[in-house]
Design a protein around this ligand. Sequence first.
Ligand code: BES
Ligand code: MN
Ligand code: ZN
Length: 494
Amino acid sequence: MKYTVKSTALSAVTGNVIVGVFEEGKLSLAAQTLDQLSQGAISQLIRTGDIKGKQGEMVTLRLPNANLERVFVVGCGKQGVLNVRQYKQLIKNTIQAVKATNAEQVYNFLTEVQISDRDLYWNIRFAVESVAESFYQFDHFKSKKSDQHSALQEMVFVVDSAQQTEAETAVQQGQAIGLGVRCAKDVANCPPNVCNPAYLAEQAKKLIEKSPHFKVSVLGEKEMAELGMNAYLAVSQGSQNEAQLSIIEYRNHPNPQAKPIVLVGKGLTFDAGGISLKPAASMDEMKYDMGGAASVYGVMNALAELGLPLNVIGVLAGCENLPDGNAYRPGDILTTMSGLTVEVLNTDAEGRLVLCDTLTYVERFDPELVIDVATLTGACVVALGQHNSGLMSPSDALANQLLSAAKHSADNAWRLPLGEEYQEQLKSRFADFANVGGRDGGAITAGVFLSNFTKKYEWAHLDIAGTAWLQGANKGATGRPVSLLTQFLIDQVK
Ligand code: BES
Ligand code: MN
Ligand code: ZN
């Protein structure tokens, strides 16, 4: 899809246009102009009750006498009260209708629709993200590809000439995020027999073709053993697929010495639970247990597209957790890279073991701050459901920056507490820590476990167990929290 920004009067447009009508039959400015050009075609639609302006309504008109190919008339609800979710849905419905025709280009006049508390930038940015979303499909493994291809090639956002620059920024950033989300979805949806730790590392290495600012290196199990990453290795030892830790360095800060922002993604390409085996129902969904790594990979793609003047290091902690004669056991005591010891009480609490060593490893980059992203706990899904990622951080400043990025990008997150009082639950009779803290506050005790390994830098943890993928009929990766994190990075530049 190509997106352009123009300041064109509707009377000068020939072709396909999208215009809005609001509740109680109020016409948008574009709809008013069109009504005049078409001897009242729009007001007639309202009079006949074909459209009332309610959200979700949609009528397609052909108006040859107004020099137009087609008019997509969209119900936009009450002007100014539309929330982001409703707006995105409205764009998706509209694009669905456009795609069903053979329109190749469409002039979008919904730029005058006001999302509550948002300006034109967000109108366009969310439109671009939503269009990208509605074009997404994952049919690499279908022998018959879906015949969903549409003629649509270009969307023109119509704006006042004074808003040209703002609109172009919105298009550019929306496209970069759309691309990042797509990259994240593609690797996450990929089945675990294909997307194993080596595959993740391959995707990481291919990034160097996308920007001269990238440098990528990969650690295998031999290198990890030399570093003493024994917790990470223990998780991997039941798998035939070698663990791979990919390090994607993006260096484009005007001051090359500037400390990097480090993003760490949990990359369990499959989590069967190990000896503490998971139940069979929905176990297939544990291919998404690399959703954290997928989102970090997506963010790095968006970053390259945006060319932000920052130093950012993305780390994909690829690994597989399986039961096996050589698998690690409940009762094992592991010496982590930090020197701290962990008693394994449940081999299904593997994410924190992979992450604790990775979080120690990234100390060598002398980070400005570290954010880890992980499908870490079922408890987080119980606490927050599917709409908010769980955010934990000892730093109010960092937590607030992330919450603000989450709110702006509509990739929501909710903060959960951390506190030393929760450390009680992680006490072990025989080692420094147990790897599980019981049922109560399970998302928090996982975060608190990690906090013991992040003392050397500012740190935040995002538990995306509920948000990384959808279940049921729409099963699939969501690409979250790519927009949240990319927004956070964009905000770092300002
Ligand atoms: N990857 C899972 C967490 C998960 C479960 C994410 C369901 C999304 C949906 C993680 O490795 C895990 O198994 N966690 C355990 C921890 C428990 C043993 C303390 C869990 O949440 O049950
Ligand atoms: Mn697990
Ligand atoms: Zn897991």
